[in-house]
Design a protein around this ligand. Structure first.
Ligand code: G6P
Length: 612
């Protein structure tokens, strides 16, 4: 898991690499490092923490390199420390290497290398690759790398510089992304083209889809020179690679007047919700369509079951989607966490539509789960997992920089609602009902706007409760997934222990934890179960638990009972998850702000987790 960057060319290699790394920090920010060749020697610099720490250090040292490889880390093997930071070297410091992925057989390889005399300094799996290549190197670097990758198990992408070849970066992408950028007398290597897109749009990857920006799936090795590159297959034969043009737009992200990206992204939701449905609704026929999947639409009619996969926030969006598909389209729907599903040997009946949800399209667990389904011969309709999916629906939410996902969630739920509408209309939904649903979707932006206007009120409530260390979020039906998402936001950015719970389940055990120091956020918007959640609130109050209700204007019976209320507009149950989630996002944001945490880059997390 991590971001890799490499540079060979006419610019200042250190500055270019540091600037590139900053754009890869979404992949991890536990430590950062840079290395390369200077006057015939491999030299490097590493720092614990974010890239800006490394930047300060290289500036103070006036660190110079002729060519550079660099890395920003999300720790898997070994804690975040200077010694575990990449690049990793062999004992003779003949090479430096940066890696993204996990070497699953690293312990066996390490044992063997140690018996041959290698001295390991770090706790990482990566260091095995450096020693292995060094042990196999007898003057032919390409041969040593090819031999080494045949011995490695796992998913990995790496870039290395050897002191005997100061004008080369050798790169490998094996089930982990790595892309080459071809500039004018300069070459880039990166986990993601976003890191060099300001310099060149000429790229080399197998497909232009966001998910498999891997160079290869066949253990190819690329040798990148200052003005060209060569790719060799597993047998050492040259293979031709097309240089393609990047079509994606990479805007430069800015916080504008907002204190944090997270807050800016919460406030962007009226627009991003609109972008998710605009051009995709057919008011006349009361249905929805996606240009991305139009050709497959007849297949959707044959779908008999749906399987939804995702991780984290995307899984929560999928939860709401699963309720919708069963309620509205009457299609049996199964929801699975990607990392669990992959190892289940699942039963996948014929005519199952698989919807893989991912903000980044790079989450290793979701990719692996979809690959497993493909291996079973399933017809996969995915979202952003573009290469392996048969169709991809774009969220159109723009880049999400804050590590905790906010606007991506609401866009995902809108898109699932549209897909559900289309499938329901193909089945038993009446046109007039479809039209009413469309109106409810079109009202969402303005409703979210109204909630954002209440931010000062939510901030006051947040300040009142920010000192508590334990929270519950409870809801029923459509509010249960919202309780999971609200609790996750609070955990991620304020480091408070928060549990999302079905409100009716609390009494079966978790209620033992309720006391005056454990507030509960009660999500009341699901009108079909409103009376029931009121009873659950009474049960909490009877045990002295403070309650913050998030309720729809007009819902009676809360005042005088709960401690605080965040009022949100009235929305149909099927879509109520969107406004209610926005209220929980603001609550989590202001609590985290009061506690003074690093909201945009919370500790231990990464925006995109590219290891299983
Ligand atoms: C990481 C992020 C979460 C995100 C999850 C799934 O854990 O920190 O915010 O929800 O990955 O990411 P995806 O890109 O697949 O939606």
């Amino acid at each position: 898991m991590c971001g890799i960057f490499g540079y060979l060319g006419r610019r200042n290699a250190v500055k270019t690499a540091i600037d590139g790394l900053k754009k890869l920090e979404y992949r991890g920010y536990d430590s950062a490092g840079i290395a390369g060749v200077f006057q015939g020697q491999i030299i490097g610099c590493k720092e614990v923490g974010k890239v800006e720490g490394l930047e300060r250090e290289v500036q103070e040292l006036d660190f110079q390199l002729e060519s550079a490889i660099a890395h920003t880390r999300w720790a898997t093997h070994g804690k975040p420390s200077q010694i575990n930071a990449h690049p990793h070297y062999d004992n003779a410091r003949s090479l430096a290497l940066v890696h993204n992925g996990i070497i699953e057989n690293h312990l066996a390889l390490k044992k063997e290398l140690v018996s041959q005399g290698a001295r390991f300094v770090s706790e990482t799996d990566t260091e095995v690759i450096s020693h292995l290549i060094a042990s196999l190197y007898k003057g032919d670097l390409l041969f040593a790398v090819r031999k080494a990758i045949g011995m490695l198990k796992g998913a990995f992408a790496f870039a290395l510089i050897h002191k005997d070849f100061p004008d080369q970066i050798v790169v490998v992408g094996h089930e982990s992304p790595l892309v080459i950028g071809v500039g004018e007398q300069e070459m880039f290597v990166s986990s993601d083209p976003v890191a060099f897109s300001e310099f060149t749009h000429n790229v080399v990857f197998e497909l232009l889809q966001p998910i498999n920006r891997c160079l290869n799936g066949n253990d190819e090795v690329a040798v990148v020179h200052r003005d060209t590159f060569e790719v060799f297959d597993a047998a050492g034969q040259r293979s031709e690679k097309k240089i393609e043009k990047l079509t994606a737009k990479f805007g430069t992200a800015s916080k504008g007047a907002y204190e944090h990206y997270t807050l800016k992204e919460i406030f962007e939701q009226p627009q991003t919700i609109r972008s998710a449905y605009v051009d995709r609704l057919s008011e006349e026929f009361g249905t929805a369509h996606f240009e991305e999947v139009q050709t497959e639409m007849p297949e959707l009619l044959d779908v008999e079951r749906i399987l939804i996969l995702g991780c984290g926030t995307s899984w929560h969006a999928g939860y709401l989607g699963a309720y919708l598909f069963e309620d509205m389209a009457r299609i049996p729907t199964q929801l699975e966490i990607s990392s669990e599903y992959r190892y289940k040997n699942p039963l996948v009946p014929h005519r199952t539509l698989v919807i893989a949800i991912s903000q980044s399209g790079e989450t290793a667990d979701t990719i692996a789960a979809v690959r497993e389904l493909k291996a079973k011969g399933t017809n996969v309709h995915g979202s952003t997992l573009s290469r392996i999916a048969d169709a991809c629906i774009n969220m159109r939410a723009g880049p999400e920089i804050g590590v905790c996902s906010t606007k991506a969630f609401t866009s995902q739920v809108v898109i699932l609602s549209l897909l559900c509408l289309a499938m329901a209309r193909m089945r038993n939904m009446h046109k007039e009902d479809g039209k009413r649903f469309i109106t409810a979707i079109e009202d969402l932006s303005a409703q979210v706007e109204q909630i954002l206007e209440t931010a000062p009120h939510i901030e006051k409530i947040a300040n009142k409760y920010a000192h508590h260390e334990n929270f519950f979020f409870v809801g029923r039906r459509y509010m249960y997934p919202v309780s999971l998402e609200g609790a996750l936001k609070l955990k991620e950015i304020s480091y408070i222990n928060a549990n999302g719970y079905p409100a009716g389940e609390l009494k079966h055990g978790a209620i033992a934890l309720i006391n005056e120091n454990c507030p509960t956020v009660a999500l009341c918007s699901n009108k079909g179960t409103y009376e029931k959640i009121l009873s659950n609130i009474m049960e909490i109050k009877a045990r002295n638990g403070p309650v913050i209700a998030i309720a729809e204007s007009g819902q009676k019976g809360l005042e005088g009972i709960v401690d605080d209320i965040i009022w949100i507009p009235e929305v149909i149950d099927e879509l109520a998850g969107i406004p209610a989630t926005v209220a929980t996002q603001l609550l989590a944001y202001y609590i985290a702000r009061k506690r003074g945490t690093d909201i945009d880059k919370p500790r231990n997390l990464a925006k995109s987790v590219t290891v299983e």
